[in-house]
Design a protein around this ligand. Sequence first.
Ligand code: FRU
Length: 490
Amino acid sequence: MRTWTLEERYRVLESPEDVRGLRDRIVQSDYRQTYHVQPVTGLSSDPNGFVKYEGVWHLFYQWCPWGAVHGLKYWYHVTSEDLVHWHNAGVGLRPDRDYDNKGTHSGSAIAAGDELYFFYTGNHRDENWVRTPYTCAARLDAEGNPEKLPEPLFGPRSDYSEHQRDPKVVYNEEKNCYYILIGAQTLDKKGTVLIYKSEELLSGWTFAGQLHVPGFEDFGGMWECPYIVKIGGKDVLIFSPQYTKLPGRGESTNHNVYFIGKMDYDTLTFTPDGGYHHLDHGFDFYAAQGAANVGDPDRAVLIAWIGLPDNHYPTEEEDWEGSMSLPRELRVRGGKLIQTPLPEITQLRGASFSWEKGTINTLGRACELEVTAAGGDNEELVLFCGQDGSGGLHIAYDAERKVCTVDRIGMHKRFNEKVGEVLEMPLESPLRKMQIFIDHSSVEIFVNDGEETFTTHLYPEADELFGRASGGLAVNGWELKPSVKDDFVI
Ligand code: FRU
């Protein structure tokens, strides 16, 4: 693994030429994807500013131009008309003010009236590297660029630790008021959310207080990227708790969870109907953000970073890493979220294929598999094994326990071994169906029409492009056409 100096990580991008050489190199990689948003160069992490505005979906990602390293963060901008085909649109926010001198960190967007507004964390550091996180705002100007306010909206509170960031702006119709949710940590190092409110977007923000989630006062040491949304009449609280291990999640200390319940903006209390749920059961799913202005009270549209903050991935050797997940639709059913790929993704289907039972089948680098289970029995699906059926990613279903175990130890390229290479995905109902999206270095599995999901990076080598399935599984699929224009636009 390469070591980076602070100067290298926090170098300011002066011109696209600074990264052209890097870019020319990384596009040669076997692991560049064709229908996922991925970093134009360097590293992508959290999705930011996800919004529908004047018929176009805007999405940004945390971007460090220089390589597979978390350093000076920009917002890189991509747009789409259908959430399937994406275009690179260049840098959205750059750290060019004193208040954001060491990074334009995560945040959100909202459309109101004819305007589009952005809220983000200005990561300021002084000469002693002491950090001050500011909550900053910008508005889209006539040329289509976010124009920053001269000053931050507000600074951090001194009665919480320096971890105060990731403003998610939401509008509450009943209160006719905007709220900003800030991921935070108390002085005794417990994760929480701070809530600010205002009737205007660019002024009038006052601190309303700390969010209460009864029973979860001691649940992780920092809650990154909080989000509250009403779906089908139920409130959903989504966030990424850190600095804690959770049962069944290996050694990972970074998670993405949700609660379903009731949000009371008078008492700032979110009362969960039950315990927490994992948003995704995979190795790599974090900092999920819901789109603003979706315009449908029964569903939300969510996208996440395929990656975790402290993890390392094999493409680090090639000086790039990270990816956005596919956007997914969220609905609430039976006390939980049902997460499904967007119906529009079927536009990408090309040639179809079916696996022959009892044989080893070839597996493309960009395809969709639809796997149906006859029901009742233990089953196993192996993706990316060798031509002799050895190795690969094992998805084993235990019918008695109703659990899928996903094991990637058999892959040639191993990574994050200490965090864990085997995870379980408990199901509520017996395995019926898996919809699996494969794109060069990622695998996303939607089980039983969205009851559970599992997302992971995976880096198959050329002699691992095969798959096999046990007798009770029928596997049909489609090659998927490219939909993300991977142009060099800075
Ligand atoms: C989550 C996070 C955010 C922060 C951003 C910086 O991955 O740590 O809390 O704003 O990344 O890139």
